[in-house]
Design a protein around this ligand. Structure first.
Ligand SMILES: [Cu+2]
Length: 364
């Protein structure tokens, strides 16, 4: 009798979990608002530069504080964390990275970002709430640099991730994202299908995140549970090429470069992967978001490498029209301590943030 009851309960819960999968709605393409793009020809013509504040603000670090910064930098450059490009990232590193993301998804939310249903969704909700402040203006690149780093540190602190962090050189997959083994190998991010015959996305039913339900988004919604879906357009991913990156990086002031990067390769990567990724507000719902942003942060760092003065110079206006300075605060709410732009302009500043040192570079 008792074992019969047990079996009945087991059968009921199996049915419930199947039902739960089926109730995650596959939203149509029209539910997702694509990210605003800057076409290559417009970037070439500089149409996005009209009205941009290009007044430069330079290093606030002098005297004793300047000396402290240099000491931290020297300590960092002796032993920086190196972000490894996906192709060189070993199988065991890949599996550890994926399982750390799954761990974050399985952890309860902090309660500070309602209605997030997991620790992972805390990050999605934060990004969604601050949508206008952190996109469409030059704060975008510095904020997302910090957002990505604090997410990495959370994987380390809360899920025991202890491998180097990966990055994705999208220029090598431009126009051909779907064939990257990030998508084709079923141990990783799941497939990247094209649209269905009606032009709508598919729910992702392969890979480590098969059957994932997203509770945040699309747009500003928090009451529309939906499946993780994708709908690739390789004519858009083709814009994540080195020619476009180089065009953006040929701009010599931060705000001008930022405008090109955000509307160019950044926006085309989001829209190219499509569906959940195309809707910028809640796009971190798709775990490929972090790989895409590693590429954008990489390109920013490469731009900085061309002139050391760029590590201590900022310009442009924030969402409210206030000029960015090196003392402008960058915040991820209570997920990690606030920092200033001056502390994270250099990925190898060696600044102490909480229990961690801000100190990384890219493998190339
Ligand atoms: Cu974003």
């Amino acid at each position: 009798m008792r074992s019969f009851l047990f079996l009945a309960v087991l059968a009921a819960s199996a049915t419930a979990s199947i039902l739960k999968r089926e109730t995650a709605t596959n939203l149509p393409a029209s539910a997702f608002t694509p990210t605003k793009v800057l076409p290559f020809s417009d970037a070439q013509a500089g149409t996005d530069l009209v009205g941009l504040n290009t007044t430069q603000s330079t290093s606030p670090f002098g005297g004793a504080q300047g000396a402290a910064v240099s000491a931290a930098e020297a300590a960092c450059s002796a032993n920086p964390n190196v972000r490894i490009e996906w192709r060189s990232y070993s199988t065991s590193q890949r599996l550890a990275f994926i399982s750390a993301i799954k761990c974050l998804m399985a952890k309860p939310p902090s309660g500070n970002f309602p209605p997030a249903t997991s620790r992972y969704e805390d990050f999605v909700r934060l990004h969604q709430m601050w949508m206008p402040n952190i996109h469409g203006n030059p704060k975008f690149l510095v904020w997302h640099r910090y957002f990505l780093w604090t997410w990495e540190m959370t994987l380390r602190d809360e899920c025991g991730f202890n491998q180097p962090f990966p990055w994705w050189d999208e220029t090598l997959d431009a126009g051909n994202f779907a064939n990257s083994d990030m998508f084709t190998n079923t141990n990783y991010f799941g497939h990247l299908p094209g649209p269905d015959p009606n032009g709508n996305p598919y729910c992702i039913v392969s890979g480590a995140f098969a059957g994932l339900t997203c509770h945040i988004g699309p747009g500003t919604s928090t009451t529309t549970p939906h499946c993780l879906s994708r709908m690739v357009d390789e004519t858009l991913t083709a814009q994540c090429n080195s020619g476009f990156v180089n065009l953006c990086n040929s701009r010599t002031d931060y705000a001008s470069m930022e405008s090109c990067s955000e509307g160019g390769p950044h926006a085309y990567g989001h829209n190219g992967i499509g569906a959940v990724m195309s809707d910028v507000s809640a796009s971190p719902s798709d775990p490929i978001f972090w790989m895409h942003h590693s590429f954008i942060d990489h390109n920013f760092r490469i731009w900085e490498n061309a002139d050391p003065a760029r590590l201590t110079t900022i310009n442009g206006d924030d969402h409210f029209g206030n000029p960015l300075t090196l003392n402008t605060v960058v915040t991820v709410a209570d997920i990690f301590p606030d920092v200033t732009i001056g502390q994270i302009m250099n990925t190898m500043s060696g600044v102490q943030i909480g229990d961690h040192t801000f100190c990384y570079r890219y493998s190339y």
